[in-house]
Write a protein that binds this ligand. Structure first.
Ligand code: AMP
Length: 171
């Protein structure tokens, strides 16, 4: 189980013209590939005193939950506005056109807690940058930011240069 890239399917012009969408569903559908990916994502953060894994809606959840079990931590969701039922803290961020907002429960992370942030794809980095701000608003310490896939040509890493960033697959 070394070549996880063969489980990533390119979908041209989705969701709009000019985007090559990285479809992770073949990887999720393979028990061997999925479990190998989860172990590899968790591996660099074992014995790093992480107490929460934070996943970004929606595909980030698919990896954050099993990685949290692997690291013996809790898992905390970052969601689109209006989805979380308890008191929230929110962060807006720029999109290609306009802005978007994401939210986290105000008690999701305690001050000083060491957090691992996880998402499926690092593209321009805007989403991750906003998620980092949200975690820091609650006093969390970002011990690492991890992605299944990094689209290097979009240089998203520059937006989160202050954090330890780790990606399993690069394109
Ligand atoms: P960004 O804020 O540009 O880094 O975008 C990151 C978010 O958009 C991630 O949550 C990804 O799920 C999604 N995303 C962006 N580009 C792609 C792509 N080419 N294929 C799959 N997902 C993508």
């Amino acid at each position: 189980m070394t070549d996880l890239k063969k489980y990533i399917r390119d979908i041209p012009d989705f969701p709009k013209s000019g985007i090559i969408f990285k479809d992770i569903t073949p990887l999720l559908a393979s028990p061997d590939a999925f479990s190998f990916a989860v172990q590899k994502l968790a591996e660099p953060f074992k014995n790093k005193s992480i107490s929460k894994v934070v996943g970004i809606e929606a595909r980030g959840f698919l990896f954050a939950a099993p990685v949290a079990i692997e690291l013996n931590t809790g898992v905390i969701p970052i969601r689109k506005p209006g989805k979380l039922p308890y008191t929230t803290v929110s962060q807006s961020y720029s999109l290609e056109y306009g802005t978007d907002t994401m939210e986290i429960h105000s008690d999701g992370i305690s001050s000083g807690e060491r957090v691992l942030l996880l998402d499926d794809v690092l593209a321009t980095g805007g989403t991750t940058e906003a998620a980092c701000k949200l975690i820091e608003k609650l006093g969390g310490i970002i011990a690492g930011v991890v992605f299944l896939i990094e689209l290097e040509f979009l240089k998203g890493r520059q937006k989160i240069a202050g954090y330890p960033v780790f990606s399993l697959l690069t394109f």
